[in-house]
Write a new protein. Sequence first.
Length: 324
Amino acid sequence: MAARTKLTLEEIYPFLADYMDTVPHALSPVQRGTVNSSYELLLPRGRIFLRVYEEQDGAGAVAEAERLSYLASCGVATPHPLTRREGGFVGELAGKPAALFPWIEGDMRCLRSVTPQDGQRVGASLGRLHVAGRGAPRGPGRFEPADLRVRLGRIAAAPDPRIASQAGPLLEKLAAWEVRRDAGLPRGLIHGDLFRDNVLWDGQGQICALLDFESASDGVLAYDLMVTILAWSFKDTLDEVLARSVVAGYTSVRPLTDGEWLGLAAEGAIAALRFTVTRLTDDALRALETGAAPRPDKDWRRFAKRLDWVESQGPAGISRILRP
């Protein structure tokens, strides 16, 4: 979803003038992300990254930019938003909030190339984010069980019976796992979406940037860990070596409590449910509405498979697999 908002260079000029004295040479959409519009701006002395917020209002965009500024100042590997002349980070472009960021040179990893050493680095980066996030501003999440129920209502009303039929079973599973969550687990700032396309690597195999804090919010830290484990180590089934490497990296920065170890199954189930439901609404339903072909990498069945795996293991099995 590179550019839902179409822009021209002429439209960029007044927006850019609020940040700096320069004229861009070129504007190119960036093929990354599913929510915001992203552009590369080529300037006389380099490149910068332009984000147009498609779903957040001005207040939400400002809150996210301030959160990124705080995390970057605490040493988290995330780009610091550029500051406007009059202060603040967010301006307006095409009637929508927009912000500029430094361009980060780096590459994403395909799942086949991820090594246990990479897994440790990802886990440690998430741990550092959670530690730094203790003092970060954070608001409520957009994917709590109540939010998922609203989406399940949309799924139930889908014109395609193959899609609509998923709503009932998913609603039952959500209710069953929600009551099994431990309300006392530690909370803090979570990324909520630390998939492979949200991590950039440099040429030396080090992480140079964590991206897309669109879903960052107050949340259960163990939930965020399970989102990351399932994103980075689940192939046809869980790669246990890779999963343990993510946990090892994480716990080297922030050890888990006994309650968190026991709670990983419920948090993993809720995480898998969240991505199954959102892939149904954001990709499968959108494809029905627009006539576009569903994206294979956003297929909801891949996340339903993760849910099946979590349920097959249960709390004891997941703790045994992941705990050193």
